[in-house]
Design a protein around this ligand. Structure first.
Ligand SMILES: Nc1nc2c(c(=O)[nH]1)N[C@H]1C(S)=C(S)[C@@H](COP(=O)(O)OP(=O)(O)OC[C@H]3O[C@@H](n4cnc5c(=O)[nH]c(N)nc54)[C@H](O)[C@@H]3O)O[C@H]1N2
Ligand SMILES: Nc1nc2c(c(=O)[nH]1)N[C@H]1C(S)=C(S)[C@@H](COP(=O)(O)OP(=O)(O)OC[C@H]3O[C@@H](n4cnc5c(=O)[nH]c(N)nc54)[C@H](O)[C@@H]3O)O[C@H]1N2
Ligand SMILES: [Mo]
Length: 666
């Protein structure tokens, strides 16, 4: 993965690597697969199944994720399987599932175009979800009102009718004030509340202190804007509420999600065509990865792992003994590595060394385990810590299968090219390892059909989606129970039914309290840092870093000019950015879209500036997602001789198992 010139892509991995005397060296496939399997077997024999953990890949197909979770459950005998969903939308799934029994976004993209009010809360789809944003723009051009709730004036907000530029971490006060305003103006949808919800009285009492004036003080959003959003959303025929990481990447992300769900229940903006709740998922197939059961608490098709009948159904087909308890999520697996409880990890297409908050901590944890297998398309910083590295195909163009998008639509993907050199399909590699561990698996990565049909036979919500039908209809949204019917494009129509039996379980309101960010501002760390994305780069930069973009400028510390003046720094000047966890050095960029006291960085260039050295690992107790969106920092001018204060950790700190990269990738 050595970067030769700015414009040279990271070299794709083409041969397996194994670690000998502390160094990764090329190996044959036989040797590498034997080594990987021997470590898994040793773990099972000496420590038992619960010492194993799987990180599955949200960029790979549904079929690959199905096989990866089956490997975890049926071969290794544990439910310790998860993916990067934990770092982004686990709170969305947890919140939606708690209220509606299903973690999916409720509406289709066609309904976004037909909405008359769209609220985008804590998301920047102009840059991070450009396809979805095209649908939003179509609605705006038809006259829909767009509200954007974000602490920064983003490129998305430039298209908004109104922007609510709140203080980071004040989403619950804002939502509660909107709720109070809806109630006090007589705009609550009493028919829906009486029919389909529970806990209204208690909820209404709980938001009573959040007057427009109190909320303005806490959130810094002018009272009249709060009022306008409340009235417009509640009066809309078709109101859409959409959110992303500005809501979920907080220590109370699930509560934040529930605060938005409360608003939809209050206004009756769910369960109808055009009205809905839509978290925009992260990677191309993070929705599908979860749907396929690559999460610790659900079997494929969102079936409850605690239900004995569900487990029995899978055990009968797989000949397995699925443990009758939830597995550990990604956050818990990392903690268990530190405690010596998980000693063997199989990472498929994730780069936790650079994506986890407080990443020096993650490096320590992954370095301490006994057996680490990484299957990726590049030699990432995570792969560099591995005992065995398996070069894989890139799912989006080198495998056949399906992906599922944020509107729950399953679509076919096609193999267009062969993987480079000796790289092999993810599914085939899983089968090779399963066979070495005594399971005669022969799924093919060249045609995912066999895997898909097994999934369809076990997951009712996918049952009606044959490959032929997916092809014919250009994709199908779940649920799709039978091959000769399609369900409505939106979820939860039952809530509007007149017959109580048909309505089913009422949707509960949730009483929520304001809980400010964990990393407090003080004299030493007086600035709020929030982190996020830009259009031209992708996550930890592994897949986008090696390619040129005319828009890309590298990592910067963004500040408004007032803050820059206070600090005595100018555009492009190198500064030291410190938090309670570490320090990094980056150039200043002036962005007048930031309010005073707020700084912004991406995490796209960790090889140069590793922002996750300074983020905080405070996590949501329900979903395990970290508070990437709120750190307390200090910015110091660099003395002409070098960095101020303690030596900065530039993200490539002590690596106990540092690889001699030149030997393998030179
Ligand atoms: N170009 C590009 N696209 C991507 C990605 C990428 O790396 N590059 N990554 C993909 C992935 S994995 C994901 S999960 C999605 C993420 O998509 P988004 O969530 O849209 O992206 P972010 O930029 O992380 O965060 C969104 C916004 O949250 C705001 N925010 C910060 N703190 C708060 C707060 O306290 N309250 C509120 N209301 N807002 C706040 C930020 O200012 C930011 O504009 O994007 C996906 N798409
Ligand atoms: N500071 C800060 N940190 C963040 C966030 C933030 O907003 N701020 N956001 C968080 C979020 S939302 C996310 S999702 C995470 C992302 O965290 P990660 O998922 O760890 O990061 P990526 O860079 O997306 O890494 C994806 C890996 O998958 C590999 N890959 C791609 N396709 C395939 C395939 O088909 N097969 C295999 N085997 N491998 C493949 C790529 O080479 C790459 O190494 O980062 C989190 N970290
Ligand atoms: Mo994500």
């Amino acid at each position: 993965m050595k970067r030769r010139k700015d414009t040279t892509p990271y070299a794709r991995l083409t041969e397996p690597l194994v670690r000998d005397s502390g160094v990764l060296r090329p190996a044959t496939w036989e040797e590498a697969l034997d080594r990987a399997a021997a470590g898994f077997r040793r773990t099972l024999e000496t420590k038992g199944p619960e010492a194993f953990g799987m990180f599955s890949c949200a960029r790979a197909t549904n079929e690959m994720n199905f096989v990866a979770q089956k490997f975890t459950r049926a071969v290794m005998g544990t439910n310790n399987v998860d993916s990067c969903n934990r770092t982004c939308h686990a709170p969305s799934v947890a919140g939606l599932a708690r209220v509606f029994d299903s973690g999916g976004g409720t509406s289709s993209y066609a309904e976004i175009e037909d909405a008359d009010v769209i609220v985008i809360w804590g998301g920047n789809p102009r840059e991070a979800h450009p396809i979805f944003f095209q649908h939003v723009l179509k609605a705006v051009h038809k006259g829909a009102k767009l509200f954007v709730v974000d602490p920064r004036q983003t490129s998305t907000a430039k298209w908004a009718h109104r922007q609510l530029q709140l203080e980071v971490g004040t989403d619950i006060p804002l939502a509660n004030a909107i709720a109070r305003e809806i109630i006090h103006s007589g705009l609550a949808n009493t028919t829906f509340i009486e029919r389909a919800t529970e806990g209204y009285e208690e909820f209404a009492a709980s938001v009573e202190p959040w007057t427009l004036e109190v909320a303005e003080q806490v959130t810094k959003v002018p009272a009249e804007l709060i009022k306008e959003l409340a009235h417009t959303y509640a009066r809309a025929d078709r109101g859409q509420m959409s959110w992303t990481l500005g809501i979920t990447e907080h220590h109370n992300g699930t509560d934040n999600v529930l605060s938005l769900i409360n608003l939809s229940l209050l206004a009756g903006q769910v369960g109808r065509y055009g009205a809905g709740l839509n978290p925009l998922r992260g990677q191309n197939n993070v929705q599908g990865g979860g749907d396929m059961g690559a999460i610790p608490d659900r079997m494929p098709g969102f079936q409850d792992i605690l239900d004995p009948a569900v487990r029995a159904k899978f055990d009968a087909v797989w000949g397995s003994h699925i443990p009758p308890h939830k597995g550990k999520n990604l956050t818990q697996m990392l903690e268990a590595m530190e405690d010596g409880l998980i000693t063997c990890v199989y990472v498929i297409g994730e780069n936790p060394v650079q994506s986890e908050a407080d990443c020096e901590h993650t490096i320590k944890r992954l370095s301490n385990i006994e057996h680490l297998v990484v299957q990726d398309i590049f030699l990432t910083k995570t792969a560099q810590l591995a005992d065995v590295v398996l070069p894989a195909s890139a799912a989006w163009c080198e495998s056949d299968g399906t992906f599922t998008n944020s509107e729950r639509r399953v679509q076919r993907v096609r193999k267009a090219v062969n993987p480079p050199g000796g790289a092999r399909d993810d599914i085939e590699l899983l089968c090779e390892l399963a066979r070495r561990l005594g399971h005669d698996w022969h799924y093919s990565g060249d045609d995912g059909r066999e895997v898909w049909d097994e999934l369809r036979s076990l997951s009712p919500i996918h049952a009606g989606m044959s490959y032929e039908r997916l092809e014919e209809l250009g994709g199908i949204q779940w649920p799709c129970y039978s091959e000769d019917a399609l369900e409505p494009s939106f979820l939860h129509a039952r809530l509007w039914a007149e017959d109580p039996a048909e309505r089913g379980r009422p949707a509960p309101f949730t009483v929520l309290r304001h809980s400010p960010p964990v990393d407090v501002l003080d004299d030493e760390f007086p600035l709020r840092l929030t982190t996020g994305r830009r259009l031209d780069s992708y996550n930890t930069g592994v897949q986008s870093g090696g390619f040129p973009s005319p828009r890309r400028r590298g990592e910067t510390l963004d500040l408004c000019s007032a803050d820059a003046a206070l600090l005595g720094v100018v555009e492009d000047e190198m500064v030291q950015v410190s938090s309670r966890r570490g320090a990094i050095v980056a150039p200043v960029r002036i962005d007048e879209g930031l309010r005073p006291g707020l700084a912004f960085m991406t995490f796209h260039f960790p090889d140069e500036v590793d922002v996750n050295v300074i983020t905080i690992e405070a996590t949501d107790p329900v979903a395990g997602t970290a508070e990437y969106k709120a750190a307390a920092i200090r910015v110091d001018k660099l003395p002409s001789g070098g960095p101020a204060g303690p030596a900065p950790r530039l993200g490539s700190g002590a690596r106990p198992r540092k690889t001699q990269l030149d030997a393998v990738a030179g």
